[in-house]
Design a binder for this molecule. Structure first.
Ligand SMILES: [Fe+2]
Length: 240
């Protein structure tokens, strides 16, 4: 079982993720332990912020890929962005200033945790109409959706896909948030699990543990889609 991690902050010195190549190497080693063989680097893109150029990101990715090969000759990295939504984002995408996931139509999009559901719905619908396939990053973080599953369902109906952080599944079931996160998977409202790893100590991958929990608890077909076929389709720019 080799996993695909489509949301990581593994590139050194570009955002609030890895601070150095040494740290990136430790994160790659952690990914190897977690049986992750394919990694999409998704550095934050903040509109109007001091974002590194796409060329600089590609250069950094190549350096990290060279280190990854030393750990596992099958480990492959791709590039994307985690895009903080603003109305100017479509312009930036069209200008090639911001990246889709591995050159596909899929984009990883985040909002402020306090944004209201109307804003998220309208923004994501706008991205769909512009020809992109938006993936909502860490769905569990937005307070407006908490225990209002129908709102997540509306987003899916509008053409969006939903990502949850692997760490959110790994917790005590007596904790109501963990129970809620797992219920979203069971309801089929999550298409992708990814690590959103930022370092090698606290925000680490946790893919293996999350996969174990899912395999134990949920329908095999659903688990296979979330862990394998959905991320593969994204990398191949195919419809989920
Ligand atoms: Fe992230």
């Amino acid at each position: 079982m080799k996993y695909i991690d489509i949301h990581t902050h593994i590139l050194p010195g570009v955002d609030d993720g890895s601070g150095s190549m040494e740290e990136t190497i430790m994160m790659l080693q952690a990914a190897q332990v977690q049986q992750i063989e394919t990694i999409v680097a998704t550095p934050h893109y903040i509109p109007g912020g001091s974002n590194l150029s796409v060329d600089a990101l590609r250069e950094r990715l190549e350096q990290v890929q060279a280190e990854a090969y030393k750990i596992n000759s099958n480990m492959k990295l791709f590039l994307g962005n985690e895009i903080y939504y603003s109305d100017s984002i479509i312009e930036d995408l069209k200008a090639g200033k911001v990246l889709t996931i591995a050159n596909s139509r899929y984009i990883l999009v985040e909002f402020s945790p306090k944004d209201p559901e109307q804003h998220i719905y309208q923004a994501m619908s706008r991205l769909v109409r512009a020809g992109y396939i938006p993936i909502l990053a860490h769905v569990e973080r937005y307070r407006c959706f908490y225990k209002k599953e129908y709102l997540i369902h509306d987003l899916i109906e509008a053409g969006c896909y939903i990502q949850m952080n692997s760490r959110s599944l790994v917790g005590n079931l007596l904790d109501s948030e963990t129970a809620y996160h797992r219920s979203l998977i069971k309801l089929g409202l999550v298409h992708l699990i990814a690590s959103d790893c930022h370092d090698e100590k606290v925000r680490i991958p946790y893919m293996k543990k999350a996969a174990q929990i899912m395999t134990r608890k949920y329908d095999e077909n659903l688990v296979n889609k979330i862990l394998f076929s959905n991320p593969l389709k994204i990398l191949g720019d195919k419809y989920i």
